[in-house]
Design a protein around this ligand. Structure first.
Ligand code: FES
Length: 199
């Protein structure tokens, strides 16, 4: 009976040892995976927020920056262009930006922006990803006799106004995306992060 007690104790010891070795092995095996999941320095840079100086962005002009491999447009809209936005509501698919994923909450407004005059938009067509053309003129165009400025995608004729809102009856299903952004000061915008903590 005494041997039985010893054997039981030894078995417990071996079991515990095996468990410890097993856990250690699992941790050792997990380390390469953890390393694999750490983003590389290059990936971190590619995903990092981008600061843009808009001090030289003239009224009516557009600046193009890259963020996460996508073009981001920054446009200083004229008073006339801003006034024309409201006149287009009846022709648009989502004039009130109801598709929540297409803009942060602070851009769910008539101009889809923090400051009315400065538009910040991801310049990728929401149909199949072409890059729409900047057509800021408030005058008739071959593709739209009532054009009030915006973006025209030549791939399949989608149209967006100067707030990135998609017109009804075109292939693109939703408005252009507004990325998360914030004003650092009057002349600097940070794209990719905002006061709500989005990134
Ligand atoms: S990709 Fe723009 S309309 Fe098709």
């Amino acid at each position: 009976m005494a041997d039985h007690g010893v054997n039981t104790g030894r078995r417990r010891f071996l079991t515990a040892t095996t468990a410890v070795v097993g856990a250690g092995g699992a941790i050792a095996a997990a380390v390469p995976f953890l390393k694999t999941w750490q983003p590389s320095a290059r990936a971190q840079v590619a995903g990092a927020p981008v600061t843009v100086d808009i001090s030289k962005l003239e009224v009516g002009q557009r600046l193009i920056e890259q963020w996460r491999g996508q073009p981001v447009w920054l446009i200083r809209r004229t008073p006339e262009q801003l006034a024309a936005l409201a006149s287009q509501d009846g022709r648009l698919r989502d004039p009130n930006s109801e598709v929540v994923d297409q803009q942060p909450t602070y851009a769910k407004n008539a101009t889809r922006s923090i400051k009315p005059e400065i538009a910040v938009l991801v310049g990728t067509c929401t149909h199949l990803g072409c890059s729409p053309l900047f057509k800021p003129e408030l005058q008739a165009q071959p593709f739209d006799a009532e054009w009030k400025g915006g973006f025209y995608c030549p791939c399949h004729n989608s149209r967006f106004d100067l707030a990135g809102r998609v017109y009804a009856g075109v292939p693109a299903p939703i408005n252009l995306k507004v990325p998360p952004y914030r004003f650092i000061d009057d002349n600097h915008i940070e794209i990719g992060v905002d006061a709500e903590g989005a990134a």
